[in-house]
Design a binder for this molecule. Structure first.
Ligand code: ZN
Length: 351
């Protein structure tokens, strides 16, 4: 099914369409703004405008009717490469194998988004790792399959992680952003642009994407989420604060994860009995999702603390421990056990 239309952002759309029509669109763009306002949807809109057959008519917008537009709207255009953060399940595979795994993971993710276009924020472990960068570079080297140009969308670009020993790939990406091939446009999106590598930030033209007015959020809630009752709509719209993503139930999951992480940390700082009681309170296998949400909440908090300059070494170690627990929780290990071990680890370095 086609993805939902782009809601709002008329001002930016006009500017971008004007830039396309006059051939002045920068080739490396960063769309930055709060989570859930539709930055990646806007990037897809831009990609559609860039590959549309009808672009010659001078409006700089996708027509919505040609083959190219239809393919973009069903997330199937071979020249629109949408990279999102992914989790690599198999570590230690050789470089080529890892690129294959990333291609597979991305394919799965896009297939899921075709089915269910309103997607969740990426999990705490997902990233654009060096294998993603290598895949991007391979696709960059190809001539466009169908359109006259290629568009690379790099969602949540702050998840682009530097990796030692892979400088060649990282440098190749920087070079491509600085001087993209003539037939290529890069559109990066970020919620926290200050978390982007400065070497990337200095190579892109930054475009600020603002929150949406409540009137538009309300229309989205009614049309795309099927909310009927006036009171329901009003409540959800008020809570969304201009972010469509906040309307989705998954944000409740993130909030639930954050709250559970708070309880976990409180338990960690208590006595050993309290720690075990908390760990045993974790639901066993059936409710693994809740446990990983809690770990994601914990990761988010620790990352905030690292950014705020708290004792970095300790925070980094704690992050590593949570990541390890996160890996175990995805495997076949009982969440109660993982929780108990993690609580014990973190207790040693509570602030
Ligand atoms: Zn078109």
């Amino acid at each position: 099914m086609p993805i939902p239309p782009l809601y709002g952002h008329e001002g930016i759309r006009n500017r971008l369409a004007g830039a396309i029509a006059s051939g002045r669109l920068p080739q490396s763009l960063l769309l930055e703004g709060p989570r859930g306002v539709g930055k990646q949807r806007l990037a897809l809109w831009l990609a559609q405008a860039l590959v549309c057959e009808d672009r010659g008519k001078g409006k700089g917008e996708g027509c919505g009717a040609c083959q190219h537009c239809k393919l973009v709207l069903s997330l199937s255009h071979p020249d629109v490469h949408w990279f999102v953060p992914v989790e690599l399940s198999k570590k230690g595979a050789d470089a080529d194998k890892q690129v294959e795994l990333v291609a597979e993971a991305l394919g799965d993710e896009l297939a899921a988004r075709r089915e269910r276009p309103l997607y969740e924020p990426p999990s705490g472990l997902a990233s654009h790792n060096i294998a993603s960068v290598r895949l991007l570079l391979r696709r960059l080297a190809l001539t466009p399959a169908l359109a006259r140009r290629k568009v690379f969308i790099l969602g949540d670009a702050e998840r682009l992680v530097p990796q030692t020993g892979a400088d060649a790939a990282a440098n190749a990406l920087l070079k491509a952003l600085e001087e993209p091939p003539a037939d290529t446009v890069f559109v990066l999106t970020a919620t926290e642009p200050e978390a982007l590598l400065p070497t990337i930030l200095s190579r892109v033209v930054r475009v600020r994407v603002a929150r949406l007015p409540d009137s538009i959020v309300a229309v989205f809630a009614q049309r795309e989420l099927g909310l009927k009752s006036q009171r329901d709509v009003a409540q959800r719209v008020a809570a969304a604060e201009g972010r469509l993503g906040r309307l989705l139930a998954t944000e409740d999951r993130a909030a639930g994860g954050a709250a559970a992480a708070e309880r976990f940390r409180a338990a960690v700082q208590g006595d050993p009995v309290g720690r075990y009681a908390f760990a045993l309170g974790q639901q066993p296998f059936q409710a693994r999702g809740g446990f990983t949400d809690m770990l994601d909440g914990l990761l988010a908090q620790l990352r905030d603390e690292a950014r705020a300059g708290r004792d970095t070494e300790k925070v980094v170690e704690a992050i590593a421990q949570v990541l390890e627990a996160r890996g175990l929780a995805q495997g076949n290990v009982n969440p109660q056990l993982v929780g108990a071990v993690l609580a014990e680890d973190l207790a040693g370095e509570a602030p």
